[in-house]
Design a protein around this ligand. Structure first.
Ligand code: ATP
Length: 355
């Protein structure tokens, strides 16, 4: 037996009754339900207000039932109902963000993956401590404006979609900078962005071995970000700033990408380090996580963030990707999670994949 994340009492009902895969109706929910249905699970869509109408357009991804509650913030009140339905909650960005990481982590309902990871992911300081101590290359952090020795980016804490971020060509650009809240200044890494979709299975004994399990690479995307992606068409940064137009990084969609094959060893090394360190720090990550980084012209991969659950970029691949196709046919991240839950239940190891 590997690391037990959940208590025996928490998983006991799921040993007797088949789990229902439940998530909040947004973000990557279509793919999560689709993958769960492919593996024969019952599915439950949690929604604030009425079920979203767009589900009617996607019969293969429409959940079998809905739990419609007035607001997602009220979900803790429905824990007993979720447990009666034998729900396993699948976290995704909107689910955790809208409920709040602390409230999500405290839900007395089984969750796929290690809920302890949320505390490490949602706090930028802890995230950096984790990644740096894992030996992962990150953008330099400047303690003061005087330390800046190249292009820099000022990031405000909790700024959704990079609102208010400042891009600076050099130190001089930031002279007279007056912060409007807590912030960090980072090296602005010049290169190309890649968002790498990993899956860590503590159950698997095949493939690319990490810890007691194995690491799978299932896809990659790049995020479309408004307004930064198209901003250059309007003129130079200085002209735009003078006109009161500032860059933002609101994710509006995703596109599939592949990486130069010669970069794969670097990427697997990063993924493995992050997993190994997570095992030391908090009992390990289970399931999907995304390494978000930039490859420079020297072919060095810098990680600026990780997401420790399914990311919306995986929606690009509902039935396989350039990488997932080489692992198993028709494999989406949603389906991969369902397969892991099914295998854990079959092998009597649910405590290792649920928390
Ligand atoms: P979200 O939580 O929505 O992912 P965020 O507000 O946490 O966003 P980041 O993900 O850290 O912010 O950054 C937003 C965007 O800013 C990135 O997708 C990337 O385009 C750019 N970016 C962030 N850090 C750097 C960096 N060090 N160098 C270059 N670009 C960066």
């Amino acid at each position: 037996m590997g690391v037990a994340l959940a208590s025996a009492a928490r998983v006991a009902p799921l040993v007797r009754h088949a789990p229902t895969i439940a998530t909040y109706c947004s973000h990557s929910s279509l793919q999560i339900f689709h993958g769960a249905k492919q593996e024969g699970f019952r599915t439950l869509g949690i929604c604030g207000g009425r079920p979203p109408r767009y589900y009617e357009a996607f019969p293969l991804a429409r959940p079998d039932a809905f739990l419609a509650i007035p607001r997602l913030a009220l979900l803790p009140r429905y824990a007993a109902r979720l447990n009666r339905e034998h729900a396993v909650l699948v976290p995704h960005g909107s689910f955790v963000e809208y409920l709040g990481p602390e409230k999500f982590a405290a839900l007395p309902v089984p969750v796929f993956g290690n809920r302890k990871v949320l505390a490490w992911e949602s706090d930028r300081e802890k995230e950096r401590e984790w990644l740096e101590s894992a030996g992962v290359r990150m953008p330099k952090r400047y303690e003061s404006i005087d330390d800046i020795d190249g292009p820099a980016i000022v990031k405000y804490y909790g700024a959704k979609g990079g609102k208010g971020f400042i891009l600076a060509k050099d130190r001089r650009t930031l002279e007279g900078f007056r912060p409007t809240g807590p912030y960090v200044i980072q090296q602005y890494v010049l290169g190309t962005r890649y968002y790498i979709h990993f899956f860590y299975s503590p159950l698997s004994r095949d493939g690319y071995r990490v810890g007691n399990g194995s690491l799978e690479l299932l896809g990659m995307d790049r995020r479309d970000e408004a307004n930064i992606d198209e901003l250059y068409k309007l003129g130079s940064q200085e002209e735009l700033l003078a006109a009161g137009i500032r860059p933002t990084f609101v994710v509006t969609g995703n596109v599939p990408v592949v990486l130069r094959e010669s970069l794969l060893p670097q990427v697997f090394d990063i993924g493995a380090r992050i997993v190994e360190r997570s095992i030391e720090l908090f009992g390990g990550m289970v399931g999907p996580f995304c390494v978000e980084g930039i490859v420079t012209e020297e072919l060095k991969f810098y990680v600026f963030e990780i997401s420790t659950r399914i990311v919306a970029g995986t929606n690009v691949f509902p039935s396989g990707s350039s990488y997932a196709d080489l692992v198993a046919p028709h494999l989406s991240m949603g389906r991969r999670m369902a397969l892991e839950i099914a295998r854990a239940r079959h092998e009597g190891r649910l405590r290792e994949v649920l928390s």
